[in-house]
Design a protein around this ligand. Structure first.
Ligand code: ATP
Ligand code: MG
Length: 554
């Protein structure tokens, strides 16, 4: 077992179970319902469970909780597999489907009936709800609760064989209608539903309820620690009841932790699904979403997600994590790994009047100033360049150190230039900036004659690559909050996507879809894997350079 400085409460519990001999190995699982794409919260659960498998040299299972055929879809099964693998959680030898266990679940139900622990109830769903009582008042027994074992077996068989209409009978556990825990007031175990299932076809007319199916699935697979989120804490007594009464040897143990929430971010499949269906976003992998597919497309790496999940840690109380922390992690991960290149997002032309017409020279530029190992590249330089519109001002504001008439700046990796004049269109917008350069000041020449205060980036005009940049803002309006208090809908930010025509230095064409860069001074960008093609180069801004996140003091 690898030594760790501080252990979380789940690790402490597992350590104790191993020490006490409750289990002699560890098996965890990630059990998604295939009813949507996975999001950052699921990533936390996957990395947590897979991390425990690695730490304890145990097993990790991916199990699709496909017990509710109405909401499920194979598209989701495939996307979930892809996302789990991408995160590095290898489940290849342990891929399971809850629906593979329908026979065993059925046997468990028969066992419970035979033990007098389950009965067929004719109450309607509404009546069951009424009989259940409330947090402050006990429930009351169903008039069908004392049916004989023979009657129950016969009726359950009718439910199974398809003779019973949807909703007219259910199988319930016989536990305690006055339990202070409402989950223990004779929960429904099976319902009748004439549905076609993606795996079992029309074999089954009855489908197990989550609270019954889930513990059985875990127990069949030999899961030791069934790690789930806090909302299931009150279901734990039922979980334990099911595995005990179904007589599983060495049953699994449920441990709960707090869900991951991010401030001002839409997590929760239900909301994401609505955004996709309403076409507010371009599919489940729209880079503004926090599905795993969207984060990947945006340019997030699994290393960054891992760092993020580790920083967040596991906890027993719900809270929201600042989105800026996720951004911090991707900046940290890419900082030393990626080339830093020049790209101009809001171009105006810069003409160097004393530079030879038609000449292109190739200048040396380090690929990453902080990591020599990434080497150098040659970048073309010439008489006409593009610079950022806001790197020039006709009348400089106080402390402005970039280009303005009469001022000298460094062109990154190139020469000092002094602004001599500018041109405007009929509306007064600057169209061209003129300058002269000093050949003595070439970068790397050892020139020490004088210093300049500002350095700006640029792209040579004749060799520049035209591309599209997509700049993202939060999908929801941060001022108003994520959800509308009146009707629960989302408060959308109308400016969450800005599309720009940009110019990039030619070295980017050596890279492929999915690769990412730092665009010097402009942030980290990733070549979009979906919309990039031979005639269109599309960059997604992963994150800007500026950070609002501060690491907490150690
Ligand atoms: P959601 O409704 O937010 O999409 P879910 O709980 O309905 O989530 P499931 O497919 O049922 O999604 O969940 C699979 C696993 O992922 C469960 O073990 C669940 O506890 C865990 N999980 C879901 N959301 C989060 C979250 N925000 N943080 C941590 N774990 C989560
Ligand atoms: Mg769910």
């Amino acid at each position: 077992m690898e030594e760790k400085v501080s252990r979380n409460f789940i690790e402490n519990e597992i350590d104790k179970d191993l020490k006490d001999g409750v289990y002699n190995s560890v098996c965890t699982r990630f059990p998604p319902e295939p009813n949507g794409y996975l999001h950052i919260g699921h990533a936390k659960s996957i990395l947590l469970n897979y991390g425990l498998k690695e730490e304890y040299n145990g097993e990790f299972h991916l199990r699709f909780d496909d017990t509710n055929p109405i909401k499920e879809d194979v598209e989701y099964v495939e996307s979930i597999k892809e996302d789990v693998l991408w995160l590095g959680a290898d489940y290849k030898e342990h891929l399971h489907f809850a629906s593979d266990y329908f026979d065993k679940m059925y046997e468990c139900a028969i066992l419970l009936i035979n033990k007098g622990k389950a009965y067929v109830d004719d109450l309607s769903a509404n009546e069951i709800r009424e009989y259940r009582g409330t947090l402050t008042s006990p429930g009351k027994n169903s008039p069908y609760r004392d049916r004989s074992i023979e009657d129950n077996l016969k009726l359950f068989e009718e439910m199974r064989s398809g003779d019973i209409e949807d909703g007219s009978k259910v199988l319930r556990a016989k536990i305690d209608m006055s339990s202070p825990n409402i989950n223990m007031r004779d929960p429904v175990l099976y319902r009748v539903a004439h549905l076609n299932h993606h795996n079992t076809g029309d074999k089954w007319k009855i489908y197990p309820m989550y609270d019954f199916a889930h513990p059985i699935e875990d127990a069949i697979e030999g899961v030791t620690h069934s790690i789930c989120t806090l909302e299931f804490e009150d279901h734990r007594p039922l979980y334990d009841w099911v595995v005990r009464e179904c007589e599983f040897a060495n049953p699994p143990r449920q441990i709960e932790f707090a869900k991951l929430y991010l401030t001002n971010v839409v997590t929760g499949k239900r909301y994401i699904k609505k955004l996709v269906e309403d076409k507010v976003v371009d599919g489940w992998d729209d880079p503004r979403l926090v599905t795993i597919a969207a984060l990947r497309r945006r340019g997030y790496t699994k290393e960054a997600l891992r760092m993020f999940v580790d920083m967040v840690g596991v906890s027993k109380s719900n809270s929201s994590v600042d989105y800026a922390m996720l951004e911090y992690c991707i900046r940290e991960d890419l900082k030393l790994k990626k080339n830093r290149v020049q790209a101009v997002l809001d171009p105006i032309k810069l003409v160097i009047d004393n530079y030879p017409e038609g000449e292109i020279e190739y200048l040396d530029a380090p690929n990453n100033q902080e990591n020599e190992e990434l080497g150098n590249r040659k970048i073309p330089f010439g008489k006409e360049l593009y610079i950022e519109r806001d790197d020039f001002m006709i009348e400089p504001v106080k402390k402005y150190k970039r280009l303005y008439p009469g001022n000298e700046v460094r062109l990154m990796f190139a020469y000092f230039v002094t602004c001599t004049s500018f041109e405007t269109d009929e509306n007064g917008n600057v169209t061209v900036v003129h300058c002269t350069y000093d050949p003595e000041t070439k970068s790397g020449s050892g020139f020490t004659g004088r210093k300049v205060k500002g350095t700006i980036h640029w792209v040579e005009k004749s060799t520049a690559i035209k591309a599209i940049a997509r700049l993202y803002e939060n999908l929801v309006d941060e001022e108003k909050g994520v959800y509308n208090e009146m009707d629960g809908t989302l408060n959308l930010n109308p400016n969450s996507l800005e599309i720009k025509d940009i110019f990039v230095e030619p070295s980017v064409t050596d890279f492929i879809s999915g690769d990412s860069f730092q665009f010097l001074r402009n942030g980290y960008f990733c070549i979009d894997s979906k919309d990039t093609n031979e005639s269109n180069l599309v960059f997604n801004r992963i994150v800007s350079m500026k950070s609002s996140f501060k690491l907490p003091p150690k």
